[in-house]
Design a protein. Structure first.
Length: 113
């Protein structure tokens, strides 16, 4: 069973909005869709490291605020490009709280070292 980190109440992130979370493992953008689904990605666009948490959320995608690259919240893939992907993290909502998978964050950090 995974160990989940409670990061914030769901209401702390507006619908169709995002919030940047600083963790010991780096900065993560947490997104909330209009349907109250949550997704977590690295907070840097693969193009010019644009801050994705400042982007525009539409459907299950976010548009980077720097150069309008559209990134899937589900897969982290850049839409309409042959290359480029943002790391994604397991996220869920439980009892009105946003949770991130601690083990996955730790594994991702160790793989980068």
């Amino acid at each position: 069973m995974s160990d989940w980190i409670d990061i914030a109440p769901l209401d702390a992130v507006a619908q169709r909005g995002a919030r940047m979370i600083k963790t010991a493992h780096g900065c993560i953008a947490v997104f909330r869709t209009a349907d109250d689904e949550v997704f977590a990605l690295d907070n840097a666009c693969p193009h010019k490291q644009g801050p994705l948490a400042e982007g525009i959320v539409h459907g299950k995608a976010v548009t980077c605020p720097l150069h309008n690259w559209v990134i899937s919240l589900e897969t982290g893939m850049v839409q309409g490009a042959d290359e480029g992907q943002v790391a994604t993290y397991p996220a869920r909502v439980d009892d009105g709280r946003i949770l991130l998978d601690r083990a996955f964050l730790t594994d991702r950090r160790l793989a980068a070292e």
